[in-house]
Design a protein around this ligand. Sequence first.
Ligand SMILES: [Zn+2]
Length: 381
Amino acid sequence: MSIPTENVGSLPRPAKLQAAIADYDAGKITKEDLKVEQDAACKDSIERMEATGAPIVSDGEQRASSFATYPLADTLAGTGLADNLAGDGQYFAIFTDGHHRQLPRLTGGPFKYKTYAADYLKEAVKMADKPLKQAVIAPSMLSLLYPLDGEIEGYTREQFLGDLVDECEKDIRLCFEAGAKRVSIDFTEGRLACKNDPRNPWTGRKMLDSFVELNNRVIDRFSPEERKNIGIHTCPGGDCDSTHSDEVDYADMLPSMFKMNAGYFLIQLASEKDKEYVYKLCGEHSREDANGVPQVCFIGVINPLNPTVETPEQVRDDLVTAAKYIPVERLGSTDDCGFSPFSVDVKPKHGSPDAARDIAFQKIESRVKGTQMASEQLGVA
Ligand SMILES: [Zn+2]
């Protein structure tokens, strides 16, 4: 069997779609008008991703406000915010270039998703010829909706976490029911949890192990057969061509991450300074048997924050090196992150979101070609 390859999820939204989102927030156009632009962007994303030769594709998350807030609001500005939420929650992250992203704040219970990822997937399956993957948000990220200190009157933290685990399980199950072949859980907050940024208090609370435990409360509800197709994505963030936690040593995070009983991991790696060090950590800490499933390590071979397109030969060489440390039957390739996890992203280093889309498809094509070359070189084609 050749080495599998899979994207994380998002693509930059076309400039036209980003303009429509702004018009929708300003009340100038209706939700139906916005949907016309989202439909066009999804169709273009799926068709162009299929044309790269990728064996599995996504809609590029063109309908989502962001990878983290899609269940909660129609747009990043907060239009259509779900019940029991206010806009002024804690920071999710403060990025290296100085910008930040903020989460909503829970004001009461019960906690319910307004939108499930499968709502997007049901539209995407009508447009796709190839199998689809869908990314969903981790319960650990959404646990940050609850105030860091104190309790909400009439809705304890434990009640909230119970509702959250139910909603996350439902989000994943609905994706499979709607036809997803694979579902990956975005866990960008894992590496951030190892950082202690006084401007962002939750990062100093050593929450990584409780995040892992919470996520396993969801993952462990699935059978080994289902968990083969449930993944976890880790990265140091990727927004406006900037990161939030790339200085955190992976040795502080990966041993905990692999305690999650998922069947595969999409691991940012192309932009690491010392890739072999991380391949070795993956080889040491990923498990042959995670409660009935082998853990497959999809290593990042494409950097979505850098407009320079990697060559297929570079991709091949990364995989061949990684195979020194990770058994080839548990090796895959991926992009370091989604190409635009947040809907409003001008992709400054790329010149424009439309230019960044063109580059993204070239990068995906290199990943696909290079992975095939590595499969041949490693004798698994
Ligand atoms: Zn990411």
